[in-house]
Each structure stands twice: as C-alpha cells, then as structure tokens.
Design a protein around this ligand. Structure first.
Ligand SMILES: *Cc1c(COP(=O)(O)O)cnc(C)c1O
Length: 397
C-alpha cells in the first residue's frame, strides 16, 4: 500500500489552492529546492567543468531514464532523458519510419496532441518521400491499421478527454500488419500503470513535467525496445549520441543501444529537480495510485453531475477507459475555469469547449475533490463565470 498523506507532505502546495492541473504541470517537490541548490552550489559552483565526471552529470540521462523506466515497465538500460517531448517524438518517428522504407502511411488520431501531428508533418516534409499522415477518429484507429501503415503514432491518454487507448491490443494489431508503434506517454507516465515491455511497444516517449513533477521545461524521455536498440537509426545524430563522443571523429557512428538517442549536452540543473521529484515515486505502488485516481475522479464526476446538469461529461464514463483526468464540455468553459481559479481551484481549458481537471493521488485528497466540485457548482448555479474579467484569454490557457 501507499501512504498518500506521506507523499502529499513531500510537495509544496500553495496555501488555499486546490490543484487540479497536475496533468499539465506538477507542483514543486519540496526536496527539489535543496537538490537544485546543492547542484548549483556544490557541483557547478565548486567542481566547475570537472562536475561532468565527479558529479556524474554525464550518466544522469541514463540513471534517471532507469528510474522512469520502472514506472513505465521498460527493461533496465532502455530509457534515456533529454530534449523536449516534441523532439523525442521526431526521433522516435524518424527511426520507426526508417524501419519500414517500403511503406508511406503514418497513422494517428484526431485526439492526439497537435505537436505530435505537427512534428509528423514536418518530418514528412524533411524526408520528401511522399509519406502521408492519416488522422482518423480515436475509435477508428484499430480498423485503420492496415498493411499500408508504416508507423502508428498514438498518445495513450487523450489530452482533451482522458480517453485511454488499449496499448497492448493496438500494438499487437499493428505488429500483425507489419507496422511499427510509437507510443506517447505524456499523460500516462506517473498517471497509471504502464507496461511498454509487456505491450510489446517498439518506441515510447513522454515528458516529465506533468504527472512526474519534474518542473517547467523538465527533460523528456525516450524508450526503444531492446530488439531495436542497436539498429534504430538516430535522425538527430548529435555528438552525445555518437559511439565515442570524446574521440571527436569527423564522421557519425551511432552509440550503443539507447545512448544513440541522446543528442547534445544534458540539462543538468533541470535533471537535479527531476531526480528529487522521482524520489517520491520510490514509495508509490502504481496499483494503489490507480485505485486512488479512480476513486478521486469518480467522486468528482458524481458530485459535478449531481449539481451541474448544464455540463456534459467529455471523458469516458467507465473509469477503466480513462487516464487520470476528467473533462466536461461547456461553451463558456474558459470563463468558468477563470472564475474557478479566482476561487482557489486550478483546472485548465482546452479549445473549443473542454474544461480539464487532473486527479493526482500523490498530493490530492478526497475532501479537496469534493470542495472543488462544490465551488464549481457555485460558479455554475450562480452564473459567476458570466463576468467581463473572466473572458479575456491569456497566452497560456
Ligand atoms: C504535453 C504534450 C506535449 C508537449 O511537448 P513539449 O515538447 O514538451 O512541449 C507533446 N505531446 C503530448 C501528447 C503532450 O501531452
């Protein structure tokens, strides 16, 4: 079992705030402050460039990769950190396409995050070999997997609705038709149990600033299945993915295994915060996390639906088919979220009409969830959202 009071105590949570947006940016783990200060003062400050060897900066992308690997069911030594998720999508997709040179279709769905689709479009342009990005409805993915498909590029949990794809089933369907799978775990890692090895995934990528609480701009991760690790070709062939970076050879030779998916200098300061954030997971059982996440989201849905008939549930009703977020549709959703934030409940809005609420058992309690639903009901019933100050959209929604 997991002591969620103990994990909650590991976070700095601002006074008077109920935070239902940990699916977008996790809160500050208390230990991250000390850890970053230590890295600044004792490592960068005192060791200067010798920190690369003395403080193990160069191994960090692999060490932290293994810590994340345990949360997503990856084999040890097959996950590495670095860059942003958009870049990791590019790397995984390029390597996967390279494995199916005779096929031209990248299959994705309309629930995928735009950056993943934009990256696919950009890669198609750069390759100039006539690839097609085929985007179908999430429910139509299984039927759209054919022997034309080179790669399936899917995000397991839909960022808008929280709908959960069946990774094992879609992966085996893709393999049966000879396609390679790239799974984006942005809303899965730290949100629910994931088993990339068990599902047979070929590539997986994800970010660490959402449910993993690594902080704004924390580095992304990439997993390459062991069977592809020494053959997948890195399209972003940077020096730290070279087999011998410090030999400074004129020509590129890919490094062994997952090392080849590194590109350039790792973000050491950001990794220090992430390392502290990952300590929290050492005491967490993923089964217990999932059970609690379902309990919190079921409470929220029941309370909101009982009090707010004007809102429409946009997430699957069956919790088995959801990630760890719940969304409701409302035309004036942006204003509702602003009115809610003004009353101490932070959720977010995704165009055109989705109000999103993330449920993060590490630091969220049942009574907070009830209170959040209660404040939402107040905003809806008394039309508190219908005020000019809640209509002006900020750059980040
Ligand atoms: C959050 C998210 C991203 C963001 O990518 P960055 O490069 O980290 O900004 C990309 N894809 C998905 C599916 C996401 O949920």
């Amino acid at each position: 079992m997991t002591d969620f009071d103990a994990t909650r105590a590991m976070f700095h949570l601002p006074e008077g705030v109920i935070y239902l947006d940990g699916n977008s940016l996790g809160p500050l783990p208390r230990a991250a402050v000390e850890r970053m200060q230590g890295t600044l003062r004792d490592e960068w400050g005192e060791m200067l460039i010798t920190g690369w060897n003395q403080a193990g900066w160069m191994e960090q992308p692999r060490d932290l990769g293994d810590r994340i690997g345990r949360l997503i069911g990856a084999e040890t030594g097959h996950v590495v950190l670095g860059d942003t998720l958009s870049i990791k999508v590019y790397q995984a997709l390029a390597a996967a396409l390279d494995m199916r040179p005779d096929r031209r279709v990248i299959l994705s769905d309309s629930g995928n995050f735009p950056s993943d689709l934009y990256i696919a479009e950009g890669l198609i342009r750069a390759l100039g070999r006539g690839h097609e990005l085929r985007v179908v409805a999430p429910e139509a993915v299984a039927a759209a997997i054919t022997d034309e498909v080179a790669v399936t590029l899917l995000t397991e949990v839909d960022y808008r609705t929280g709908r959960l794809h069946d990774m094992a089933d879609l992966t085996s369907r893709a393999h049966a038709d000879g396609a390679v799978t790239v799974w984006d775990l942005a809303h899965s890692a730290g949100a629910l149990p994931v088993d990339v090895a068990g599902a047979g995934a070929d590539f997986a990528v994800g970010c660490t600033y959402k449910y993993l609480n690594g902080g704004p701009g924390a580095p992304a991760f990439i997993y390459v299945a062991p069977r592809h690790a020494d053959t997948a070709f890195p399209a972003l062939s940077g020096w730290l993915g070279h087999d011998a970076p410090f030999a400074f050879e004129p020509a590129y030779r890919p490094g062994a295994g997952i090392e080849r998916m590194r590109v350039g200098t790792p973000p050491v300061l950001a990794m220090a915060a992430l390392d502290a954030a990952l300590d929290v997971w050492d005491v967490v059982d993923m089964g217990a996390l999932r059970a609690r996440s379902i309990e919190l989201s079921e409470t929220f849905i029941a309370e909101v639906e009982a009090a707010c008939p004007m809102l429409t549930l946009a997430s699957p009703r069956d919790p088995v088919l959801r990630g760890s977020q719940v969304s409701f549709r409302f035309e004036q959703g942006y204003a509702v979220i602003q009115a809610l934030i003004a009353r101490g409940v932070i959720g977010d809005f995704r165009a055109p009409d989705i109000m999103r609420f993330g449920f993060t058992p590490l630091y969220l309690t049942n009574s907070e969830v009830r209170e959040a639903a209660h404040r939402l009901a107040h905003v809806m019933q008394d039309h508190l959202w219908d005020a000019p100050q809640y209509r002006t959209r900020a750059a980040v929604t």
